[in-house]
Structures are given as structure tokens and as C-alpha cells.
Design a protein around this ligand. Structure first.
Ligand code: HEC
Ligand code: HEC
Length: 286
């Protein structure tokens, strides 16, 4: 069933419907993969995220009262996603993609919260990050945020259709596609004027391709059907399968999108300004 963008922030759906919609958003947002280590318990954290600034380990976000977020309120979750701030007032590192999630609407955060409360609680302690200075210092994030972070919920563009706005919300906010597909500056901030034009220094050192409609270096020659096959099954127009971290996006996120949401994603990608920027596709393990 399609969840069309209405142009306004709808009130949070009540009861079990809220948790059900929360699960749909949770999948689309890829929360599971990052917060689960290989062969680990779901959402208990400990997955290593390799960045140019060092190794970060995701925390436990199950409802465990000591090791997870069992003592949190929905306001704490909202503050973490919207502002990148922890309940004790300290700042999160942007390896947690709150620079994208800041756009999640209040009612969608309420639904995510309703779902997170239903997952099994797991007693697994958090592992400290292993980073290079100053990228391990939370206080450094204050300056970083002034330059690289603009908080606030997604605002639909009145000049675009509901479908394109829904796609923008799914791509730029929920799917946080820009976190991998947009190049970053020297301190890891997203270069918003080069949005989705490809990133030679993606997660785990990957080459992440340009997905703007540029015909030479982006996906301008792909048909809607080509994009649809990629998002559902990971198949490219050449009949190859995409690799690296995109595999996870397809398995956990885009492959679960409703028909109308998938169409919205494709419609939005078509409206992006084409940017010429060649990123050599280099398969993992280089
Ligand atoms: C790209 C990987 C990644 C994704 C995707 C991701 N997270 Fe996280 N998340 C992290 C990391 C890493 C941290 C720790 C950041 C820090 O220590 O500053 C974190 C922190 C958190 C925290 C704070 C936990 C605490 O103990 O303070 C919450 C809550 C959270 N994430 C929820 C979510 C939800 C909900 C989603 C999906 C909407 C999500 N995350 C998606 C990597 C990710
Ligand atoms: C965790 C990082 C990550 C995220 C998040 C991500 N991608 Fe990707 N994406 C990749 C990588 C890496 C590749 C290249 C895979 C390869 O070379 O086989 C890729 C490939 C693609 C391709 C194929 C392009 C080509 O030229 O082959 C498209 C289209 C795409 N992604 C769209 C998206 C969209 C839309 C989203 C958000 C819903 C998204 N991606 C989220 C990492 C990511």
C-alpha cells in the first residue's frame, strides 16, 4: 500500500498501526544493518564502521535499560535524530546519519519509537570508538555542526508534485542516499552543491557512483524499468549485480519499498540537476 506524502505533517497513527508503519520506516531507513554486527543479535550494536577518521562502533539500540535505550523517552529519540544530541546533551558523530535523518517528520519519529519499543531487549555493552583526534571528541562536533549541519524536518517544495516530494523525503531523508552518494569535504561534511553526484571515498573506502541524471557519468541513460530492477533486485542494465554496501541497501531497504514509494524515488531522481562527475566503479576488496 502506498503511503503518499500529503504535504502536511499528519498526526501519528495510533496503537499497533504506529509500530507497523514504524517498521516500514525502520526498514527504508536501514537502521538494522548499521546497528547489528555480523552474526550479532539484532540492534545490539557493535558493528564496525570504517571511515577516513577512524573506526566507529554502533551502539545498542534495543530496549535494554542499561546497555540499550530502555530508559529513553520518545523525546530523547526525537532529539537524537533531529539534532544529533544525546540525552546527556553530548553530540553524536555524523557516522550516525542524523544530518539526513533530521528531516524525519515528528509523526514518523513517533512511529519509529513505537516500533523500537517492540524489539527484543539484549544485554550487550557498547564498544568505544577507535578514532583519530579530533574526530573522537564530541565537543569538536559543536564546531562541525555549525558548518555542516542544518537541523529541521523535511519541508515539501510547493512547486513539485506530491510524488516528487515523497521521493525527495525517501531519498534525502529516510533512505539517506546522500550519505554515501554525495562527496564530502575534508572534515566529512556533505557537499550539498554536488548532491548525489558520486563519492570516491564512500563507507569502507568504497567508490560510490553518481546517481544524478547525467547521461555520461550518472544514471541519465537508465530507464525507469532499469532503476526499478536495481532497487528491487540489485540488477544493473548490463545484467550485473551491484555490490558493496548497496547490496545491503537493496536487501534491507529499497527491496521492501511499496510500489508507489519506489515510483516516487525514481520520479525524484529524474528531477535532480545532472552533474558531470565520474567516479570509477571499483568493486570491494581493492
Ligand atoms: C550508517 C550507520 C547507521 C545507520 C544507518 C543508523 N545508525 Fe544509529 N547510530 C550509528 C552510530 C555509529 C551511532 C553512534 C554515534 C556516536 O557515538 O556519536 C548511532 C547512534 C544511534 C542512537 C543513539 C544511541 C545511544 O546510545 O546514544 C540511536 C537512538 C540510533 N542510532 C538510532 C538509529 C535509528 C532509529 C536508525 C534508523 C532510522 C539508525 N540509528 C540508523 C550508526 C547508524
Ligand atoms: C551505505 C552506502 C549506500 C547507501 C546508503 C546507498 N547507496 Fe546506492 N550505491 C552504493 C554503492 C557502493 C554502489 C556501487 C555498487 C557497485 O559498484 O557494485 C551503489 C550503487 C547505486 C546505484 C547504481 C548506480 C550505477 O551506476 O551502477 C544506484 C541507482 C543507487 N546506488 C541508488 C541509491 C539510492 C536511491 C539510495 C537511497 C535509497 C542509495 N543508493 C543508498 C552505496 C550506497
Amino acid at each position: 500500500m502506498g503511503l503518499l506524502w500529503t504535504g502536511a505533517i499528519a498526526p501519528a497513527t495510533a496503537g499497533p498501526e504506529s509500530a507497523k508503519h514504524g517498521k516500514y520506516l525502520f526498514d527504508a531507513a536501514g537502521c538494522l544493518g548499521c546497528h547489528t554486527k555480523k552474526d550479532g543479535k539484532p540492534l545490539a550494536g557493535g558493528r564496525r564502521l570504517r571511515t577516513p577518521f577512524g573506526h566507529y562502533y554502533s551502539p545498542n539500540i534495543t530496549p535494554h535499560p542499561e546497555h540499550g535505550i530502555g530508559k529513553w523517552t520518545s523525546t530523547d529519540l526525537k532529539r537524537s535524530l533531529r539534532e544529533g544530541v544525546a540525552p546527556d546533551g553530548s553530540h553524536y558523530f555524523p557516522v550516525f546519519p542524523y544530518p539526513s535523518y533530521t528531516g524525519i517528520t515528528d509523526s514518523d519519529i513517533a512511529d519509529l519509537w513505537a516500533y523500537l519499543k517492540t524489539v527484543p531487549s539484549i544485554a550487550q555493552a557498547n564498544r568505544p570508538h577507535d578514532t583519530k583526534p579530533p574526530f573522537g571528541a564530541r565537543i569538536f562536533m559543536v564546531a562541525w555542526k555549525t558548518l555542516n549541519f542544518e537541523p529541521g524536518p523535511f519541508k515539501p517544495d510547493p512547486y513539485l508534485s506530491d510524488q516528487v516530494n515523497r521521493g525527495a523525503y525517501l531519498v534525502d531523508v529516510i533512505g539517506h542516499c546522500g550519505e554515501c552518494h554525495t562527496p564530502r569535504n575534508a572534515v566529512g561534511g556533505l557537499q550539498r552543491d554536488r548532491w548525489l553526484s558520486g563519492n570516491p571515498g564512500g563507507p569502507e573506502g568504497e567508490q560510490v557512483p553518481n546517481i544524478t541524471p547525467d547521461r555520461e557519468t550518472g544514471v541519465g541513460r537508465w530507464s525507469d524499468g532499469d532503476l526499478d530492477s536495481l532497487f528491487r533486485m540489485g540488477m544493473t542494465p548490463e545484467g550485473d549485480f551491484v555490490g558493496g554496501s548497496m547490496t545491503e541497501v537493496i536487501e534491507n531497504s529499497s527491496g521492501h519499498l511499496s510500489e508507489s514509494d519506489l515510483r516516487a524515488v525514481i520520479a525524484y531522481l529524474r528531477t535532480l540537476p545532472p552533474i558531470r562527475h565520474k567516479v570509477e566503479s571499483k568493486k570491494k576488496g581493492s
